[in-house]
Ligand binder design. Sequence first.
Ligand code: ZN
Ligand code: ZN
Length: 88
Amino acid sequence: MNLKEQYEKALRELEAKVSLIRSGDMACGHPIRQGDNYGESCQVCGERLAGYGYWGSHRDCLHQYASMGDDSEYEFCMYCEDVRRKEP
Ligand SMILES: [Zn+2]
Ligand SMILES: [Zn+2]
């Protein structure tokens, strides 16, 4: 098999998998994620994974907290900048 054939085979397998996921026959492991400043979404099933979703497609934020520093007791959401106290 040459490189082009291998690539086309991989692409066909991916398309088959995507159609199984979209028809609900297979759980989506969100293999292809796309993100921007607003959030992150799965490009296969369309589910939002973080923040407001890719391109800010949701009005509410699915918070994704990051620490403000090792010595800080606070963490903030990377998307809406909500601040909360770290869970013990
Ligand atoms: Zn998915
Ligand atoms: Zn948030």
